[in-house]
Design a protein around this ligand. Sequence first.
Ligand SMILES: C[S@@+](CC[C@H](N)C(=O)[O-])C[C@H]1O[C@@H](n2cnc3c(N)ncnc32)[C@H](O)[C@@H]1O
Ligand code: SF4
Length: 403
Amino acid sequence: MSSPAAVPVETETSEPVLGDFGGGAFGIYVHVPFCATRCGYCDFNTYTAGELGTSASPQSWLDALRGELSTAAERFAALPSATPEVATIFVGGGTPSLLGGDGLADVLDAVRANFTLAAGAEVTTESNPESTDPAFFERLRAAGFTRISLGMQSAAAHVLKVLDRTHTPGRAVAAAKEARAAGFAHVNLDLIYGTPGESDSDLDASLDAVLSAGVDHVSAYSLIVEDGTALARRVRRGELPAPDDDVLAARYERIDARLTAAGLTWYEVSNWAAGPAAACRHNLGYWDGGDWLGAGPGAHSHVGGVRWWNVKHPARYADRVAAGGLPAAGWEALTADERYTERLMLAVRLRTGLPLAELDEFGAAAAGQIVADGLAARHEDHLVLTDRGRLLADGVVRRLLVP
Ligand SMILES: C[S@@+](CC[C@H](N)C(=O)[O-])C[C@H]1O[C@@H](n2cnc3c(N)ncnc32)[C@H](O)[C@@H]1O
Ligand code: SF4
C-alpha cells in the first residue's frame, strides 16, 4: 500500500493515518520521562518529581503506557501486513533505572502482553549509575533484558560537577562490572567529551576507566549546548566557555584511537563496538530506516514512511491515552525528498556507508569531489567516511544534498 499524502497535523486530536510496515526490522522504544534531578545540559523530555507534583507518577505513566501499547497493537493489526515480531526493545529516558528492577520488568511485561518478541530479541534499558546495584541488574536479567546502557559521561569529578551529574567518578565503572557479573554480555557506557574545564588528561582518565570496565560498547558524544538549558544560560553569561571545535575534533580522534587500539571499532560516527554482535541493533534499526513504535510521552514513531510524535507532558499523555486512540501531537507522511535526505543523513554516518547507487545525479557528482577531498572513500560500491570525514560528517551530508 502506498503512503498517504503528507498532511502535517498540529492539533493534539488527530491520529496518524498509517500506511503499512516497510518490511525492515521492527523495534519498540519506551520513553521513561522521570529524572531525580535535571542535568544542566540536557533538553530531553523528562521531569523531576517536584515539577510533576501530583499530575503524574511512575504508576500513572505505566498505566498509560499499557493503554498506548494496546491501542498501537490494535491499529497495527488493521494494517495490510501482519505486525512483525519485535526484534529490539529500548527503554530510554529520562532515567529508566528510577523505576527499579520490578518497575522495568513491568514495562517489559506490558510490551509482551501486546506484541510478540522475536527469538533472540535485543532488550536494552538505559540506567543512571547512581540508581543501580547488583540486585537491580540481577532482576533485569531474570526479567529478560539483554543489554544495559549506562550514562557515565566522565571519570573526572569536576567534569561531572559541571554536567550536574550526581554519581561519583567510580560508580559508572562499578555499575558496568555489576551488570556483567549479573550475566549481561552487552553493556554500553556513554561518554560526553568537550565539557568546559575538561582537559586532555581528564579525557584519558575517562578512557582508562571505560576500558577497565570490560564493556563491549561505547557511545561518545560531544557536549551540545542546547538552547533553553541551564548550560546555555551559563555559557551566554560568560560563566563557562563554549566547547571549542578544534578541541572537540582532537578529543574525538583521541577517543577513536584509544578505543580502536582496545578492540572497540566504530560502526557509527559516535558509536564503537567489540564486533558486529556487540553493536546496538535497536539503533541500527533507526539508522537503517526500519519501523519502530515509540511509546511514552514525547516519543517518536515511524512506520512505513509515516512519522508521528506523542504529546510531551506525562499528565496530558495519560489523558490522551485514557480518551482512547494514540496520544499523537502530530504526524507526517514523508515525501520522497524527505526520505532521501533522511536516508543520506543516517547512512553516511555508518561504517557500512551509503550505497552509491542511491545517490541522485547531483549527489553522485558531489560524492566524486568528496572522495577527491579525502573525506570519504569508495568501498564496494559504498561511500564510506574516512577518518577525517568522520570529523566532518554533517558537512559531507550537506555537500551531497545542497548545491
Ligand atoms: C538523555 S540521556 C538518557 C539516559 C540517562 N538519563 C543518562 O543520562 O545517561 C542519554 C544520553 O544523552 C546524553 N546527552 C543528553 N544531552 C546531551 C547534550 N546536550 N550533549 C551531549 N550529550 C547529551 C546523556 O548524557 C546520555 O548519555
Ligand atoms: S539524567 Fe539523563 S535524561 Fe536525566 S536530565 Fe540528566 S542527562 Fe537528561
